[in-house]
Design a protein around this ligand. Sequence first.
Ligand SMILES: NC(=O)c1ccc[n+]([C@@H]2O[C@H](COP(=O)([O-])OP(=O)(O)OC[C@H]3O[C@@H](n4cnc5c(N)ncnc54)[C@H](O)[C@@H]3O)[C@@H](O)[C@H]2O)c1
Ligand SMILES: N[C@H](CO)Cc1c[nH]c[nH+]1
Ligand SMILES: [Zn+2]
Length: 425
Amino acid sequence: MIKIVDAADFSTQRDVETGTEAQRATVLKILKAVKTEGDAAVIRFTEQFDRIKLDTMKVTEEEFVQAVRQIRPEVREAVREAATNIRDYHSRQMRQSWLTTKESGTMLGQLIRPLARVGLYVPGGTAAYPSSVLMNAIPAQVAGVEEIAMVTPPGKDGKINPGVLVTAYELGVKEVYKVGGAQAIAALTYGTETIKPVDKIVGPGNIYVALAKREVFGLVDIDMVAGPSEIVVLADETANPAYVAADLLSQAEHDTMASAVLVTACPQLAEAVRQEVERQLAELPRREIAEASIRDYGAICVVESLEQGLEVVNRLAPEHLELMVKDPMAYIGKVRNAGAIFLGAYSSEPVGDYFAGPNHVLPTNGTARFSSPLNVDDFLKKSSIIAYSREDLLANGRKIVALARQEGLEAHARAIQMRLDNEGE
Ligand SMILES: NC(=O)c1ccc[n+]([C@@H]2O[C@H](COP(=O)([O-])OP(=O)(O)OC[C@H]3O[C@@H](n4cnc5c(N)ncnc54)[C@H](O)[C@@H]3O)[C@@H](O)[C@H]2O)c1
Ligand SMILES: N[C@H](CO)Cc1c[nH]c[nH+]1
Ligand SMILES: [Zn+2]
């Protein structure tokens, strides 16, 4: 049963990222072994944790072809159309290098370059989402990343989820390895005989993957450590309770630790949604997962006004926020913290998960206060350009010398002073 909570002390923060001491020790052991032993360690851990003896790590052309045969044509068509929408949306995020020239002749600018090689982690198990392949690979491709290596654990039959493989194939991602867990993160970071190291690792995974990503950050870049899914629906009396309940359950079915919350000032809507959640839950194939999520992390927060509701929303900083109110556009300027904002009755959250175009890799657990959806910038890096003119150096050199000496850095000061002495009139 979904609980009714008080606005004042309500929080959706969950302790999901630190793991136990034993898990952290396991991850450190795996990272060290792969770093020193390479492929042999990857093969050993895959046998230990996935119960698969790998003959070859790299997916063959024949395996791609087999996967294509297993996927219905309409699904493949939907993947293509979703890919087009996601590519169009992310293309708008692309930045250009720039250069300004001052009257003094000095040129200053910023050079934009894509990362050269990126690793994409795709989880195995029941959460092997082809849509996550689209959401992680397309922004990298739009940025111009030349090499994308995908890693994903083998299933019980030693094969990779066919939907995931076909989606990779559709995008032209052909470098795919049947390796998962911390050993995959280690291989992407340090490199092995088979897997070349990457510059950045993106994509969600279980606690072993999350801990390994945190540990290697600095040697490589990482995107974020995404926690369980979340949705907050801010609704008024005009909202359809069945739609609200369905959208809450769409995220609850992801994970027993997913969080689904209704915030409303309308007690009648709160009661109707409560009943709808119970009714719809009973019919869901993933009922056990959704039920646990609703029981432990679901809530209805009855507030005094929509204004107060917005305060709650901004405090929770949810991954997904739905504004199911009469005039959603009127409220958008008041939303401070949310990963993605869905406006009106027809912008149901799964529209964003699969098809509309924005990314579904979003900040969770309150991190929308300071971070953004996965985007093209995550795959770009910037270099500053400084082409100082003689005129500017002579005009400003003394100030630079003063700043250097203030820091006690005489060699810095002399590098400038030497030019002033040589060139000064
Ligand atoms: N936020 C998102 O967008 C999003 C999307 C998809 C999945 N997810 C999350 O990703 C996770 C997927 O988890 P999963 O387990 O199904 O797949 P996974 O690929 O993340 O992890 C499987 C790997 O974990 C390793 N492993 C398992 N048990 C181990 C142990 N005892 N010691 C060391 N390593 C071990 C194995 O090597 C295995 O290959 C879920 O938590 C899910 O919620 C999040
Ligand atoms: N809602 C998830 C992120 O919170 C992403 C996803 C993948 N497939 C379906 N949904
Ligand atoms: Zn989802």
